[in-house]
Write a protein that binds this ligand. Structure first.
Ligand code: ATP
Ligand code: AMO
Length: 466
C-alpha cells in the first residue's frame, strides 16, 4: 500500500519530502488561471495545498479541475512539503503542500445546507462580522441538528464528543480500579422503574411493557445477586413532556450501585473521588478539545474543591432563606432555586461542584431509604455543577415489606415490580447508589447552554430524526 501522512504530522520536519494525504476540501480559491489554493482538513487539522502551473507539477487543466471541486469533497493530494516565509493564516499546519497530484475520491453536493466555517464561528465573532457588514448566515440549533453530520465537523463538536468519550472512559476506569463490575440490564421492562408519567409504553408480544426509565431495579437486583459493587453505562428513556434545555427523551446513564457498611456517605465518597479525578483528568488530558470548545463557546474553567463540599438540604434551604428565597423545607427545589443556591455556594465556598444531601423523603422515589433519626428526610443526595443537577443518588430500602409499602404509597402498581420486591426476600445487604446523566456532565463542565449540544443525535419531545 501507499504511505499516507496524517495532517497532524505535517511539520517542517517533512520539508522537501513527498507526502500523500486524504482529507476534505474545506475551501478552494483560484488566483487567475494558473494558481489555486485548497485548504484540506482532516479531523480538526488543516493544511494549505498550492496548485501552481509549471512543468513537472500541475497543468492548467488541473487548476481548472481543482477550482471546480465542491467544498467538503474528499480529496487525495500528493505533493512536496514546503515551508513558506510568512506564517499561514487559515490553516492549523504551518507548512504547505506543493501539489503534484490531486484526486477527488468522492464529491459533496455543490451547495451545502450548512457552511462548516459559519457553523464554527463563536457568537462574539458573528456579532463583530455582522457589524463589519459581512454577509453571513447564523446557523441555528434546528438547522444544526437537521444536518448534524455537517455540524459535527466543527472543531467545537469534535471536541465535545471526544470529551464525552473521556468522561465515560474515566468513569469506567475509576470504578474498575475500585472493584466495581460492569453490568448490562434490560431496557425492555414490565413497569416504570422511577414512578411518574415520563415513561414510554409499548406492547411486548401482547403484554404491556416500558422502555427502562433507568437501570434502577436491576442494578439493585444485581446487588441482591452478590456482585457487591456494580456500574452500568447505557441508554435511559424518559417520555418528557416539556421542551427544556436539559431534558432529553433518550440519554446515556452512568449508573452505580454498591453495598453499604454503615452510612450512605460511603456512596457520596465514591462520587467525590470519582468526579474530582474526572475533572482533573479532563483538564489535563483534554486541553486541546476544551480549547476548541472554548473558541466557539467561551467558558470559565470549572471551580471545584479537592474534597467535595457536602451540604444538607436543610442547610441549603437556610442559605436560600437568608438570601430572601422562601422554600418549602419539605418540598423540592425548582430549577430557579437550584441555580440560586449554586450562586450562593460559589460565593461562600468557592466551588461550582457540590453535593446536597438529606432530601425530604416526600420528593424522592419510592425505593429511597428514610433517615433513621427523622423519617421526613431521606438518605439521599443530588449533585450539582454550576447550579444544575447532574446526579441523583441514595441509600435504598432493603426490607421487602417496607419497600412494597413505600411503592404502594407512591402510587406504583406493585404487580409490575413484584420480582424486584421478591429479590429482597432472600437476604439483601444494605446498599445504595447513584445515576449520572452523561450529556449533562459534559454540558455543565463546559458551561454549554443546551443539552442538545452534547447529544450526538438528540431525541427530544419534538425530534426523532436524524
Ligand atoms: P431528575 O429526573 O433526576 O429528577 P431533573 O433535573 O428532571 O432530574 P427533577 O427533580 O425532576 O430534576 O426536577 C427538578 C426541577 O426541574 C423541577 O422542580 C422542575 O422545575 C424542573 N423540571 C423537571 N423535569 C422537567 C420537565 N420535564 N420539564 C420542565 N421542567 C422540569
Ligand atoms: P434521576 O431520575 O435523577 O435518578 O436521573 C439520574 C440523572 O440522569 C440525568 N437525567 C437526564 N438527563 C437528560 N435528560 C433527561 N430527561 C434526564 N433525566 C435525568 C440527570 C439526573 O441527575 N435511579 C435514579 C438514580 C439513582 O438513584 O441511582 C435516577 O434515575 O443528570
Amino acid at each position: 500500500g501507499k504511505k499516507w501522512t496524517e495532517l497532524k504530522n505535517l511539520t517542517d520536519l517533512l520539508k522537501d519530502q513527498v507526502v500523500l494525504i486524504r482529507g476534505r476540501a474545506q475551501t478552494i480559491r483560484a488566483v487567475g488561471k494558473k494558481m489555486a489554493f485548497i485548504v484540506v482538513r482532516e479531523r480538526g487539522f488543516t493544511v494549505q495545498c498550492v496548485l501552481n502551473v509549471s512543468p513537472g507539477a500541475v497543468s492548467p487543466q488541473m487548476v481548472k479541475y481543482a477550482t471546480g471541486l465542491s467544498r467538503e469533497s474528499i480529496v487525495d493530494v500528493e505533493g512536496v512539503v514546503s515551508v513558506p516565509a510568512q506564517s499561514i493564516t487559515g490553516a492549523t499546519q504551518q507548512v504547505e503542500i506543493q501539489v503534484k497530484k490531486l484526486y477527488c475520491v468522492n464529491k459533496a453536493v455543490p451547495t451545502l445546507p450548512v457552511n462548516i466555517e459559519d457553523a464554527a464561528r463563536s457568537e462574539v465573532d458573528i456579532e463583530k462580522a455582522l457589524q463589519a457588514g459581512e454577509q453571513l448566515v447564523r446557523v441555528n440549533q434546528d438547522t444544526r441538528l437537521n444536518f448534524r453530520v455537517l455540524d459535527m465537523r466543527t472543531p467545537a463538536n469534535q471536541g465535545i464528543f471526544r470529551v464525552q468519550c473521556q468522561v465515560e472512559n474515566i468513569f469506567r476506569q475509576f470504578l474498575l480500579s475500585e472493584g466495581f463490575v460492569g453490568i448490562h440490564t434490560p431496557k425492555l421492562i414490565a413497569g416504570s422503574s422511577e414512578g411518574g408519567s415520563a415513561v414510554f409504553r409499548l406492547d411486548y408480544k401482547g403484554t404491556p411493557a416500558c422502555l427502562a426509565q433507568s437501570p434502577q431495579l436491576h442494578k439493585q437486583m444485581s446487588i441482591c445477586g452478590d456482585f457487591g459493587r456494580v456500574f452500568e453505562i447505557g441508554p435511559v428513556f424518559r417520555a418528557e413532556d416539556s421542551f427544556t434545555h436539559r431534558h432529553l427523551c433518550e440519554f446515556t446513564g452512568l449508573d452505580v450501585e454498591m453495598e453499604i457498611k454503615e452510612h450512605y456517605s460511603e456512596v457520596m465518597d465514591i462520587v467525590d473521588r470519582l468526579f474530582v479525578a474526572m475533572f482533573d483528568c479532563l483538564n489535563e488530558n483534554c486541553s486541546k478539545e476544551l480549547e476548541a470548545i472554548n473558541r466557539q463557546y467561551p467558558f470559565e474553567k470549572l471551580k471545584y474543591l479537592r474534597n467535595t463540599l457536602r451540604l444538607t438540604f436543610e442547610e441549603g434551604v437556610q442559605m436560600l432563606k437568608e438570601a430572601g428565597v422562601e422554600i418549602d423545607p419539605l418540598g423540592d427545589l425548582n430549577t430557579e432555586s437550584e441555580r440560586k443556591l449554586g450562586q450562593l455556594v460559589l460565593e461562600k465556598y468557592g466551588t461550582e461542584f457540590y453535593i446536597l444531601h438529606r432530601y425530604p423523603l416526600a420528593v424522592r422515589p419510592f425505593y429511597t431509604m428514610p433517615c433513621y433519626d427523622n423519617p421526613s428526610y431521606s438518605n439521599s443526595f443530588d449533585v450539582f455543577i454550576r447550579g444544575e443537577e447532574i446526579i441523583s443518588g441514595a441509600q435504598r430500602v432493603h426490607v421487602p415489606e417496607y419497600l412494597s409499602e413505600r411503592a404502594q404509597a407512591c402510587g406504583i402498581d406493585v404487580k409490575t415490580i413484584s420480582t424486584y420486591i421478591d429479590s429482597f426476600r432472600y437476604g439483601a445487604p444494605p446498599h445504595g447508589g447513584f445515576g449520572v446523566g452523561l450529556e449533562r456532565v459534559v454540558m455543565l463542565f463546559c458551561a454549554l447552554n443546551n443539552i442538545r449540544k452534547t447529544s450526538l443525535f438528540p431525541r427530544d419531545p419534538q425530534r426523532i430524526t436524524p
